[in-house]
Structures are given as C-alpha cells and as structure tokens.
Design a protein around this ligand. Structure first.
Ligand SMILES: [Zn+2]
Length: 320
C-alpha cells in the first residue's frame, strides 16, 4: 500500500497543507487564509479542513507533520505561543489533530524545520552536522547534529538569533539586549539606518525612499550601498561583521560541516555572505572549524518540506 505523509505549514497569514512522499515529492496541495482574527478554534478547524482536502483516496497516511510559527514543545505537541495568531497560547494542537485523524501528529517550529528541510532536501543534503540560519524580519535557527534535529530538554534549542554579540547593545524583541537579531535582521538593519538619519546624517537612502523614513527597507539600504553610499555600507559592514561573529560562535559550539543561511536578508547574496565568511576565517580559533557557508536552496515549500522531514524523523520522545 502506498505510504504518504501529510504536512501543514501554519503561518500568520496562510495555512498550507500538502500530501507528500518520503522523497519530498508533493502529490497534492491546498492553501487558504489563516484568518487568525477569528480565533484559535476556527483556525484549528481550517487546519483540519485543509488536511481533509489533501487526504488520499487510497494509500496509508503514516503521520502528519506541522510547522508552527512560534515555540513548540516537541514532546507534548503544545504550541506555547504563536505571536501572529491570537489565542494560540499553550494550545494542544497535536492532541486535537490526533483525536480527529487517528494518526501520529508531530509539531515543530518554523525556523527549526526550515533547517531540517534544507538538511534533507536542500543545500545541506549529505551533511550530518548542520547549522541553519534564517535572516529575515528576525533571525531564527535550526541545528542538526548527527542527523537529528537538536531540540534540547524542553524543545527550545536552536534560538540562534538571540545569541548575544554586544552586551551593551540595542534592545531585542525578546526583552534582552545585544542579540544578533537586534543587529543583523532586516528589522535591525532598518532601525540602525533610521537612527543615523534621525540624528542628522546624510545618505542616499533618504532619496531612495523620497524622504519617508518609514519606507526604509533592506532593498533601499542595499540599493544605496551599491551606489557607494557611506552610511548604508557602514551599517551593512558592521552588521554582517556581527553576524559573522555569531557564526564563529556557532562553529565553536556545534562544529558543523556546513552552515546554510536563508531568509530575505540573505537575498543580498555576496554582500552578506562575503563579510560573514571573511569574519569567520579571521576569528575561528582554529582553521579546522571553517566550513562552507552557503545560501539556502528551498523557497516557498520550505515549510511543507520541513514538516515532512519532521514527520519522517520525529525527535525522541524523552526530555532527559
Ligand atoms: Zn533577542
């Protein structure tokens, strides 16, 4: 009998679901708006509806993998908090879905599972020790060690965006200070440029956004930097130096054989990767730590494939 896996990518805006094979082939997919404002029960019903739409007419559903947009307890399948979905606080999504569909359900957080997807189907295929970073609005991470996702004692491991690189630094969304996310994420880059401009410094960024500082985004900063703008280049250089320093700490902590970086900021390409690689080669304590630092390969389906990778290889169900 054909074995298939169902996957759900739960986002603040959209719910995607798919029917997949173990090799990553997607046989069927569906998508609808999350409509988070209608509350948790309505969202869970829409997840169930999406799963019914991709349920196979024949064949056996082995398990269901779910990507959640926030921290999850992988041992209980409880979503602690989904910042973009009101009411998703301590929500026992795994048990609710298992009660409906009578197959195993495994839930993980989005950045962890993007790392898992890149390891099984993307840029880190063939590696057993992987550090994955998504540098986007925030910075998230996923660590694969010995071919398994590192989840930690309470499922909270891999929050690589909140490694401290500057203890005198700017406040971070997490409530602390000096996290790499507060510096090198898209939000961090924009904040720094805006602060310099508000303090009266001159930059082509101001012209690119027609004087509207609220319209500054990473593309505008990159565009100014490309034209030789000093302020834009200084912010990018400093921030990617900091990102490189964070990667040095990840290399020392985990000794991966590859580092994969995805997310919107990584679309700057070599403007980001080169300073990160240069910093790494200057600051590792031994050249043996140096490994390839490469762009992510998966784009729109990374969530669905991450959920599939999790469904195929659930973390051990033990906290100790
Ligand atoms: Zn933080």
């Amino acid at each position: 009998m054909d074995k298939v896996y169902l996957t759900v990518d739960l986002g603040g805006t959209r719910i995607r679901a798919a029917r997949c094979r173990a090799d990553g082939a997607i046989e069927a997919r569906t998508e609808q708006f999350t409509r988070a404002e209608e509350g948790a029960n309505a969202v869970v019903e829409r997840i169930a509806e999406s799963l019914r739409e991709v349920w196979p007419a024949k064949g056996k559903v082995m398990s269901i993998g779910v990507v959640a947009p926030g921290p999850v307890d992988p041992f209980t399948g409880v979503i602690f908090l989904a910042p973009n979905i009101p009411g998703f606080v301590n929500l026992p999504l795994r048990d609710w879905l298992q009660a409906i569909f009578k197959v195993p359900v495994i839930i993980g957080n989005d950045a962890n599972l993007a790392g898992l997807a890149e390891w099984r189907y993307g840029a880190a295929r063939g590696h057993s020790h992987v550090v994955y970073l998504t540098v986007s609005t925030g910075i998230g991470g996923g660590v694969i060690m010995g071919g398994h996702l590192l989840v930690g004692s309470r499922g909270l491991a891999g929050e690589l965006g909140h490694v401290k690189v500057d203890y005198h630094g700017s406040p971070c969304q997490c409530g602390s200070v000096g996290c790499i996310e507060a510096i090198a994420s898209g939000t961090g880059l924009v904040r720094q440029v805006r602060e310099h401009l508000t303090a009266g410094e001159k930059s082509q960024v101001t012209d690119i956004v027609s004087g509207n500082l609220d319209a500054i985004n990473v593309e505008a900063i990159a565009c100014a930097a490309e034209q030789g703008d000093t302020l834009a280049n200084t912010v990018l250089d400093d921030s990617f130096y900091a990102l490189g320093m964070a990667v040095v700490s990840f290399l020392h902590s985990y000794n991966p054989s590859i580092v994969v970086i995805g997310g919107g900021v990584s679309n700057l390409g070599e403007r980001m990767f080169k300073p990160v690689r240069d910093t790494v080669s200057r600051h590792v304590m031994d050249p043996a730590y140096v490994c390839p630092i490469v762009p992510a390969q998966l784009s729109g389906d990374v969530g669905l494939l991450g959920a599939l990778a999790l469904a195929l290889d659930p973390p051990p169900q033990s906290k100790n």
